[in-house]
Design a protein around this ligand. Structure first.
Ligand SMILES: Cc1cc2nc3c(=O)[nH]c(=O)nc-3n(C[C@H](O)[C@H](O)[C@H](O)COP(=O)(O)O)c2cc1C
Length: 154
């Protein structure tokens, strides 16, 4: 079985995605995985990622369906340099609110970019609707357990 290192980046405006990212880190660390959250998404060691790495992106949507500022530098770098990420497994936890017209659009944009970079999706993007879940963290944690189970079974 592959021993994965799980890298987590987040895009947040008001802190929900950041709190969820750290809650997921705690959950997966307790389960025995090596996990690192990058406070600055640009610290993700892109050039060093291999088959033993997996990336979780925890991302909210802001404005009129826009990416939060904290994740824009990483998104832009990936979009401009278009590295091949074919060895990298990933997952996306998208926070949004279905009462807005562009529900979870930032998550969708990031997912599209990861697909273009040929990264391997472990499970389809998980959308967490603030209209249903007042607190995103428990929902993010329970999905991350499913995601990691699927990851290690690949
Ligand atoms: C000003 C504003 C604009 C928002 N725009 C969207 C949107 O276009 N689509 C969406 O799905 N959610 C939208 N949301 C909902 C947020 O994505 C949701 O509340 C999320 O939990 C915020 O996470 P954060 O605290 O990490 O920023 C918006 C929220 C605010 C306050």
């Amino acid at each position: 079985m592959t021993e994965y290192k799980i890298h987590i980046v987040f895009g947040t405006v008001h802190g929900n995605a950041e709190r969820s990212a750290y809650a997921v880190e705690e959950e997966l660390t307790e389960q025995g995985y090596e996990v690192e959250v990058y406070e600055d998404a640009l610290d993700l060691p892109l050039g060093e990622l291999s088959k033993n790495d997996a990336l979780l992106v925890v991302i909210s949507t802001t404005g009129e369906g826009e990416l939060p500022d904290t994740i824009v530098p990483l998104y832009t770098k990936l979009n401009e340099t278009m590295p091949s990420l074919e060895d990298l497994s990933y997952g996306i936890i998208a926070l949004g609110d279905s009462s807005y017209p562009h529900f979870c659009r930032a998550g969708v944009l990031f997912d599209d970019l990861m697909q273009q970079l040929q990264a391997q999706v472990v499970l389809p993007m998980h959308k967490i609707d603030a209209a249903e879940h007042f607190d995103a963290e428990p929902e993010a944690c329970s999905w991350s357990k499913l995601w990691v189970e699927q990851l290690v079974s690949l």
